[in-house]
Design a protein around this ligand. Structure first.
Ligand SMILES: *Cc1c(COP(=O)(O)O)cnc(C)c1O
Length: 377
């Protein structure tokens, strides 16, 4: 697998381009909202090569990728299957906007298989199965190969948000997914300095989604294309270090004694998602996000976060710097405490999104922060 640009960063041009007087038709007139600016097509080619798909449509955010895809592929009356507790923006899109346009959904759990999925199908209405590579923040792994196969057998479109895995750890097209989505804001760019997203898949489906995106208008700015091309050049190096850092910290915490109540990371052999992750993820790399609970609950979590020196307290993930949050106060603050409990997200849960710092430095930092948390060692 190649992580380098196929070509030097050529063709990176501003949004308005002078017409050269060639005989091309109107469709070939370059206008940046229509996703045919050379900076957009250069980064699209790079992304498609990384992901192993025919085509790619880079857009202005991960949510632009998700909303353009679902609005392009669904129509009023359609029904979809979707993983339980998806990314917050996706949940809101499905539960409010798509619902308003007459699209309904049924949620599936990681334990479900073809029998449960089949029972949820609405003949003539179910169009699409929407999966995520790794769930947030409990890092659950679904039977992704099974979902792609089931979708094919039942003539559903299979769509996966593979942001958490990145193309380094997972190649959904190889599993048979029709569409792969990423928030390029995260690993693909990796420097926390732009907002972008990408839709990847076969030429025909990408064209359908491009037509919708062109009228919705979430085109990616050419300067962001330049930054994203820069970020992609170190994707492999960054994600491999993030895989290492997350595994080392998760292992440290899982062996740290009674102060730590639970650690959620599919890279841990003790995780109930480990077997699936080892089968699905390239080199078993499970990404840079894990979560854990301290026995002392919210107070212990706050004490721990106050003591940590290296990670910033911030949402997002996939950048070069480590970030920590309490999902109850950030990504899942919109749920009631009862809804969070039902989803398995305790108020003291800490989510860590590691960066590319030296593994030893992060281990030292987590170790000193844990030592400062009250309780028996
Ligand atoms: C961040 C994120 C998104 C949304 O991406 P934006 O670039 O913020 O719009 C979608 N899915 C997942 C899994 C994410 O982490």
């Amino acid at each position: 697998m190649r992580f380098q640009a196929a070509e030097p960063m050529s063709d990176l041009l501003p949004p308005t381009l002078q017409f050269e007087g060639t005989e091309e038709g109107y469709d070939n007139v370059r206008y940046t909202r229509c996703n045919n600016n050379p900076s957009q097509t250069a980064v699209a080619a790079h992304l498609a090569a990384l992901e192993g798909t025919e085509a790619a449509l880079p857009v202005a955010s991960g949510m632009a990728a998700i909303s353009s895809t679902l609005l392009a592929l669904l129509e009023p009356g359609a029904h979809i299957l979707i993983v339980r507790g998806p990314y917050g923006g996706t949940h809101d899109l499905v539960a409010s906007l798509l619902k308003k346009w007459g699209v309904t959904s049924s949620a599936v759990s990681p334990e479900d298989g073809p029998e449960q999925w089949e029972a949820l199908l609405q003949p003539g209405k179910t169009r699409l199965f929407y999966a995520e590579a790794i769930s947030n923040p409990l890092c659950e792994v679904y039977d992704l190969a099974g979902i792609a196969k089931f979708a094919r057998e039942h003539k559903l479109l299979s769509v996966i948000d593979a942001t958490f895995a990145s193309p380094v750890n997972l190649q959904p097209a190889k599993l048979g997914f029709d569409i792969t989505l990423h928030s390029a804001t995260k690993y693909l760019n990796g420097h926390s300095d732009l907002i972008a997203g990408v839709v990847l898949g076969g030429q025909e489906l990408i064209e359908t989604i491009r037509v919708t995106a062109n009228v919705l208008g979430p085109a990616i700015d050419p300067h962001s294309c330049f930054l994203l091309s820069r970020g992609l050049r170190t994707l492999g190096l960054r994600v491999e270090q993030q895989n290492r850092n997350a595994l080392a910290l998760a292992q440290f915490l899982s062996e740290a004694g009674p102060k730590v109540a639970a650690v959620h990371y599919p890279g841990l052999k003790s995780s109930k998602h480990h077997k699936r992750a080892a089968e699905l993820f390239t080199n078993g790399g499970c990404g840079g996000v894990f979560s854990f609970e301290l026995a002392g609950g919210v107070d212990a979590a706050e004490a721990f976060l106050k003591r940590l020196q290296l990670p910033l307290v911030a949402p997002s993930l996939g950048g070069v710097e480590s970030l920590v949050t309490r999902p109850a106060t950030t990504s899942h603050a919109g749920l009631t405490a009862k809804e969070r409990a039902a989803a398995g997200i305790s108020d003291g849960l800490i989510r860590v999104a590691v960066g590319v710092e030296a593994t030893g430095d992060l281990l030292d930092d987590f170790s000193q922060a844990l030592a400062a948390v009250p309780g028996a060692a």
